[in-house]
Ligand binder design. Structure first.
Ligand code: AMP
Ligand code: FE
Ligand code: FE
Ligand code: ZN
Length: 284
């Protein structure tokens, strides 16, 4: 049975693989389809699509948008989006600018703690429009301040640590609308990491199309829990490894093999949305 990985990062956000390296790994694992879901950017989609075409893997355009619902940070995956959609591009450009300013702020905080680092070093290392804390962490390791990424997060970068700077996020409803306007479908990423199941029903009402039931960090029982929620709210089911290349020690690609039938259902939903037949949110 063919299978897909619908959650992958490259060095166009905070992964370490180039699109070509990532596609080569996917080919090795035997994936039939994959989606690139870099954080708040679609920059890597063109190269990934080209590499997929050579490897005879079906490419699904994607992005992982940082959003919030009430006080919860949530990530919304957009699939089958038109990566040249002007509205989408201008919106994500704003978020990229916010991310870049945030890097400057994080670096200023590190400087005030006596750590000599400059923002340009982080930008050069990131070499993408969507820099984030993992790039600062890598810069801290390169500078010899920390021995690994985890140490950098633990000492400085995670919430309640001295160089933590919150990120401005769009509302979940805006992110969902934006994805729909760009012709895609909107899926809640890794709900098991959010500890906020109460956001799912209101998001479904706002037009959410699916939830990522299968994820590397979801246990079997967590996946089952979200499959039940998906069923009760008439949401589609997706899954992906959330592979960031070598960022987290070993690559995660290959840990999730989403049966292709779920990709087929996503495509049907895309078609329904295109035809203006917004699917009814189930009342059962
Ligand atoms: P940001 O988007 O700048 O808030 O950074 C969030 C990203 O940091 C996540 O997508 C993860 O890839 C990464 N991350 C979070 N915690 C850790 C950690 N302990 N070690 C390595 N990467 C992490
Ligand atoms: Fe990430
Ligand atoms: Fe995420
Ligand atoms: Zn991700």
């Amino acid at each position: 049975m063919p299978f897909a990985d619908l959650h992958l990062h490259t060095f166009f956000s905070d992964g370490t693989y180039s699109p070509e390296e990532m596609v080569e790994k996917a080919r090795g694992w035997g994936f039939s389809a994959l989606s690139l879901t870099d954080h708040d950017t679609v920059e890597g989609c063109e190269r990934t699509a080209a590499a997929c075409a050579l490897a005879e893997i079906e490419f699904i355009s994607g992005a992982e948008l940082t959003a919030q619902h009430e006080e919860h940070e949530i990530h919304i995956l957009g699939y089958f989006i038109d990566t040249s959609h002007a509205g989408l591009l201008s919106e994500i450009e704003k978020f990229q600018a916010v991310r870049q300013n945030r890097i400057r702020e994080i670096v200023a905080r590190l400087n005030s703690l006596g750590i000599p680092l400059d923002a340009e070093t982080v930008f050069n290392l990131a070499n993408c429009r969507s820099p984030g804390r993992p790039h600062v962490a890598r810069a801290l390791v390169q500078a010899g301040v920390c021995s690994g990424l985890d140490e950098a997060f633990e000492r400085f970068l995670k919430k309640n640590r001295p160089a933590f700077v919150p990120k401005f996020k769009m509302s979940a409803a805006v992110a969902i609308d934006l994805i729909h306007e760009a012709g895609g479908v909107a899926v809640l990423a890794h709900p098991g990491l959010n500890h906020a199941d109460q956001v799912i029903a209101p998001m479904a009402e706002a037009g959410l199309d699916g939830i990522e039931c299968f994820h590397t960090k979801h246990s079997t029982s967590t996946a089952e829990h979200y499959l039940e929620i998906a069923d009760s709210l008439n949401l589609l089911v997706t899954g992906g490894s959330d592979c960031h290349g070598m960022n987290k020690g070993k690559p995660l690609i290959g840990t999730i093999k989403l049966p292709y039938q779920h990709v087929q259902k996503l495509k049907e939903r895309v078609k329904e949305r295109k035809e203006g037949l917004k699917p009814r949110i189930s009342a059962n």
